[in-house]
Design a binder for this molecule. Structure first.
Ligand code: HEM
Length: 399
């Protein structure tokens, strides 16, 4: 056996019985080898960083590049040396990242996002109306969890109502794990062309939406149409599947912990933070590239090596979270989790995601208090191989 083939695979197998717990191997590693070599599903070798304190230190370290962010370590077809597109906020580093982030962050403040709450409420209610108008059962993923974040992003991008069905169809293909490479590429190309046209129109006829404001606020350093398009697609990819999977999995958790639903209804902010920690849906963590020799805990990492900050492991670290494997809506500091990452790239849409989750979960369980799983739990299919964890279908019934 060669030394290379002896590198253990990135742990992916979740414990039998609890689909919400991360791989058991993470707990062993946190104890015995907190930063150790793994072979990623994409084929590359990396340091797997499992402790909460080390994960935060890595994500806060300016020597760590994000150029290979998103799914490079998970996707066997990804090109590690692919050039980063301007506008790809999640992959840019240093000054280029700071410039873009500064321009967009004003649109994601608590105040701006709160102004969208009413729209989110209407969306949730109208989807519940449609779901409940049918005879007693639904697929909560298809009928509720997927369309809501997708329509919220349409609103953010300023997609006109007449184009939303088509836009949603293409964006579902783009983020779908069932679509072929060709179908995904076609959806990407069509969405790019559509957004370029939309943003050109906004340059000529600005409206009251995020991208019109970004365009008109450009001053002497305007964002190019290419940057705007890639930024728009980044928001779509980053904000759709993550939020949709969180809505569906959180619903399943609450169906299995009926006694906890009262806390969700009474204190949705607190409950949503704990669900984010407990589920940590960015299941393969986030990738970084060391641009200099760095120390991670007691481990020396060399320039040119890759690291995976295992968010789901950090969020179950007993040093921070007593009884970490337990869902506990009464934790003292519910926001210390790293489900949204940490440091310069910490999730830009986190306030929006919180509002969507709070509204979706409270309105769902208030309007459908007798919601129940309509299939044996063992028959549910979970997404074990995708960057974002989730459940493929969630058959539910009521009445
Ligand atoms: C529950 C839902 C969500 C989760 C769990 C989540 C998680 C994350 C994580 C872990 C990162 C850090 C990536 C890294 O460090 O490489 C991130 C970044 C990002 N997220 Fe989210 N996200 C969610 C929802 C959203 C939404 C709704 C949007 C916008 C509509 C969004 C937009 C972004 C963007 C633009 C970035 C990149 C920020 C930057 O690089 O400066 N996310 N997200």
């Amino acid at each position: 056996m060669t030394a290379a083939s002896a590198t253990p695979a990135l742990p992916t197998a979740r414990p039998a019985g609890c689909p919400f717990d991360p791989p058991e191997d993470y707990a062993n590693r946190r104890e015995t080898a907190p930063t150790s070599r793994v072979r990623c599903p994409g084929g590359m070798d990396a340091w797997l960083v499992t402790r909460y304190s080390d994960v935060r230190a890595v994500l806060a370290d300016r020597a760590m590049s994000s150029r290979g962010a998103s799914s490079v370590h998970v996707n066997p077809n990804a090109d590690l040396d692919e050039e980063v597109s301007p506008g790809s906020i999640i992959q840019l580093d240093g000054a280029a990242h700071a410039r873009l982030r500064k321009k967009v962050i004003a649109e994601f403040t608590v105040r701006r996002v709160e102004a969208m709450r009413e729209y989110v409420q209407e969306l949730v209610e109208s989807h519940l109306d449609a779901m409940l108008a049918r005879p007693g059962h639904a697929d909560l993923v298809r009928d509720f969890a997927l369309p809501i974040p997708s329509l919220v992003i349409c609103e953010l991008l300023g997609v006109p109502y007449a184009d939303r069905a088509r836009f949603q169809h293409q964006s579902t293909t783009l983020v779908s794990t069932d679509a072929t490479r060709e179908e995904g590429q076609r959806a990407y190309d069509e969405l790019s062309t559509y957004l370029a046209g939309l943003f050109d129109d906004k340059r000529r006829n600005p409206r009251d939406d995020l991208f019109s404001r970004l365009i008109s606020r450009g001053g002497d350093d305007p964002l190019s149409t290419e940057e705007l398009v890639v930024l728009g697609l980044s928001l779509l990819v980053a904000g759709h599947e993550t939020t949709a999977n969180m809505i569906a999995l959180s619903t399943l958790v609450l169906l299995e912990h009926p006694s906890q639903r009262d806390v969700v209804l009474a204190q949705p902010e607190r409950a949503v933070e704990e669900l984010l920690r407990y589920l940590s849906v960015v299941q393969f963590g986030v990738l970084r590239y060391a641009t200099a020799d760095v120390q991670v805990g007691s481990r020396a990492v060399k320039a040119g090596e890759w690291l995976v900050a295992a968010l789901s492991s950090a969020n179950r670290d007993e040093d921070l979270f007593a009884g970490a494997d337990k869902l506990d809506f009464h934790r003292e500091s519910p926001r210390t989790h790293v489900a949204f990452g940490f440091g310069a790239h910490q999730c830009l849409g986190q306030q929006l995601a919180r509002v969507e989750l709070q509204e979706a979960l409270t309105r769902l369980f208030r309007r459908v208090p007798d919601l129940r799983l309509a299939a044996p739990r063992e028959s549910l299919v979970f997404k074990h191989n995708t960057l974002v964890y989730g459940v493929r279908e969630l058959p539910v019934a009521w009445g």
